[in-house]
Design a protein around this ligand. Structure first.
Ligand SMILES: *[C@@H]1O[C@H](CO)[C@@H](O)[C@H](O)[C@H]1NC(C)=O
Ligand SMILES: *[C@@H]1O[C@H](CO)[C@@H](O)[C@H](O)[C@H]1NC(C)=O
Length: 337
């Protein structure tokens, strides 16, 4: 197999809070697939079911003209913080699978990144940062993407799959990967002036169609799919009115779970106040803030100067006024570096 080392990918991601830019990364997949297949790598930042992991999505690929080249059904499970490589057979072999559909399973995962290696040596990527940018539910992730300058980047993740049916939930998405990345380290590839074009077709088609257990064995052509998907997504445009939103309730899948992060880009206040965030309670050590995701309430962490109305990370206790204590029953505590 040919070695893809030496290549640098330019991928669209969050360079500042809420601002998209180009992130130069090393290739996500280090081999060029041989023969009549491409390889899709999907990294999960989180999964909704605590014990079993989330479902590895089904994949369908099309060429630039909308001809379906091949697909793979959902199969197996993926753990938070790990990835799955999915070999997608295609006919005919040499064509470029520029459109990629990710079809989530019943147990949702929060996708931190997708890499797609084609048999001609091309590799493109997509970062989970796009979800919140496109008005879809997201969370922070602890998944590292290696920047070409040696530093590490942790993209947000975008929820996909599961039983959610609100307009901002995603069960499937079809992405045209050349809109999101290029194999280059120069400035030839850029973020479009109107970033909402990245959220609409042909760049992306979001769907909250209920997950079906029959998997990815659909025979729809891309253009048939486009017209159906555009009906589904007609009401889910880029900016949704904030006032009509009610939290996706109940947040029971994450009850008893908390994540504490030392990463400087992870901001509890921002996560807690973003109506699109979905996931466990969160602590940003950098910011010194705890977020109760269910009630969307933040508290400072207790320290030598803050000793009431604060959250004590060591004992997982909320210290209220007059030192009234409420012990939180977390059975899963995860600390991200
Ligand atoms: C690597 O690149 C990122 C993004 O441009 C930048 O913020 C960071 O300072 C760079 N780090 C080094 C060591 O050059
Ligand atoms: C966290 O986010 C809030 C709200 O978006 C912002 O006001 C604050 O400056 C951020 N804090 C840090 C440490 O980045």
């Amino acid at each position: 197999m040919a070695d893809a080392a030496g290549i640098i990918l330019s991928v669209i991601g969050l360079v500042l809070d809420g601002i998209l830019g180009i992130i130069q990364i090393l290739p996500i997949i280090s081999v060029v697939p041989q023969g009549a297949q491409s390889i899709v790598r999907i990294a999960a930042g989180l999964h909704e079911e605590e014990k079993l992991g989330g479902d590895i999505p089904g994949i369908t690929v099309w060429n630039e003209n909308g001809k379906r080249l091949g697909s793979v059904k959902q199969s197996g499970q993926i753990e938070a913080g790990s990835f799955a490589d999915i070999a997608v057979p295609q006919t005919p072999p040499g064509q470029q699978p520029t459109y990629l559909r990710i079809e989530g399973g019943k147990k949702s995962i929060c996708v931190a990144y997708i890499g797609h290696a084609w048999s001609d040596g091309t590799q493109l990527g997509w970062l989970g940062d796009m979800g919140s940018q496109c008005g879809k539910q997201f969370y922070y992730s602890d998944v590292i993407v290696h920047r070409s300058n040696g530093t590490q980047y942790k993209p947000q993740c975008t929820w996909i799959g599961g039983t959610g049916s609100s307009a901002d939930w995603t069960t499937q998405m079809t992405i045209h990967t050349p809109h999101f990345s290029a194999m280059s380290a120069d400035n030839g590839f850029s973020v479009p002036a109107d970033t909402s074009t990245l959220c609409n077709q042909p760049a992306t088609i979001w769907s909250n169609d209920p997950v079906v257990s029959s998997g990815a064995n659909k025979r729809l052509g891309l253009f048939g799919f486009f017209s159906i998907a555009s009906l589904l997504t007609a009401a889910t445009d880029f900016k949704l009115p904030a006032l009509t939103y009610s939290l996706r309730a109940p947040q029971i899948p994450f009850e008893g779970t908390i994540i504490g992060s030392h990463h400087s880009q992870h901001n509890s206040t921002a996560l807690c106040s973003n109506r699109l965030s979905y996931g466990p309670d969160f602590v940003s050590f950098h910011e010194g803030i705890f977020c109760d995701m269910h009630n969307r309430r933040t508290l400072p962490l207790c320290d030598s100067t803050i000793q009431s109305d604060c959250y004590d990370w060591n004992s997982h206790t909320i210290i209220g006024r007059r030192l009234k204590k409420r012990k939180m029953r977390y059975y899963t505590v995860t600390e991200w570096t």
